[in-house]
Ligand binder design. Sequence first.
Ligand code: AMP
Length: 496
Amino acid sequence: MESLQTSYPPNPLLDSPVGGKQKLLPLNMNFLENIKFLRNICAFVICRHIDGAEQGKVMKFAFIKPESTTPSGLLVGAASTYFYKSDHFRNQTSNFDFACTSPTEIVLCRDNKQSMYCHLLCGLVQREEVVSVSAAFASTLVRAINFLEEYWKELCSNIRMAQVSEWIEDTSCRNCVSEILGEPNPELANLIEQECNQISWGGIISRLWPNTKFVECIVTGQMTQYISTLEFYSKELPIVSMNYLASEAVFGMNMNPLCKPQDVSYTFIPNMAYFEFLLVDEVNELKIVDLVDVKLGCYYETLVTSYAGLYRYRVGDILQVTGFYNNAPQFRFVRRKDVALSIDVETTTEEELLKAVTHARMVLESSDLMLTDFTCYADISTKPGHYVIYWELKAKNKNKILELDDKLLTECCYKVEENLGIRYRKLRSKEGSIGALEIRVVQPGTFDSVMNFFISQGASFVQYKTPVCLKSSDALANLESNVLTRYFSDKPPPPL
Ligand code: AMP
């Protein structure tokens, strides 16, 4: 057992922490076996649906987070790190799994920035061999492209001279990347420069990695907000959202990898843990059913009893049954539990917020602006209180400076409100107990610094997800200090 064992859950149900708080869970070899099983079976299903998926390499953005120890000497670390450091990952070539452009040394580098740079360098040098681009979550892939935008000139210069930048100090990384770089390659450097110099980065993934057949990352739940940005970078390539897992357990996989991101359901793999389901209904009745007894269309929260010692642990994810694969139930990821904004008697869930922001995002489509990240909070310091959404925007045309169109952004505020729940709209339009929704546009790079803040608090880069609703006052202060402009909805939404 490598991770920290917290006290056993009080009977009957233990809640998963919410609002960006770190989980401390026990992990053991069984978790590694399950991850290995999941990776192999996912690779198998992908190959059945995508011709030639195994005939090349994956450019995979995988990272670790250095472990720490508790005062009593127990090792604490991210679940993904536990896997990447295990023999199961090191010996992956013997499994049915894809070869990667990055050697293990890069994944194991303790510095995420050096690691990211080396992942890209290795991927660019082996661009012809790359058949898929992948990361655990869509947010990491978007971050990788942002990083490339910042560093492509330096990467090209490294390729031109066959010399790794001085600041890559991790010796194992330097050595293996130098080997992959080989001889100076000005031709390749010119080619990459030419692509990166184009005004628009639309389709940049297939332009730089021309044999890419698909992009693989999780795009469900909180990650839906990154779909349109990823689609912009990947153009026509399918985006495959393959697996559903957590530090608590492996849950399931997508048996239909080429379906649209909006249609993804995960088939539960029954032998990964003992799964039970808590019915989520209006009356809040505590009804628990087994995996075999879930009903089509119903909403549930998963309870996990695992070999690592969890007993009826509430994962905190709300899922809906969408069908069955043979007899195994399939679930759509709906939302995180308890993530909601509320000013009056309304509760706006994570799912509702994500949907409403997606509508507002469409308003941006006609413009040169792209929404790259957002988070919300309920500001009750004003009378009446109101919803605030922090937006980070980016110009699609990278030679242009960020030009904010007041009318367009005011329209976006209205679009969000128009697509929120009936209760919200009534309270806002008829009762007047909720004030006009506000969008605060923050400086480019702000969400990276929010992420760095959470990483400094113990989050892992590879498992990090921007909270849809922020609770941390430090993170909010960071956002506030980076606000460029504020926009308010200029009319109340229709109440019905
Ligand atoms: P962690 O234990 O930090 O890896 O976080 C696990 C959580 O990430 C899960 O409980 C979900 O809330 C979220 N998650 C993992 N996989 C998916 C997925 N395929 N779709 C949506 N959310 C996911």
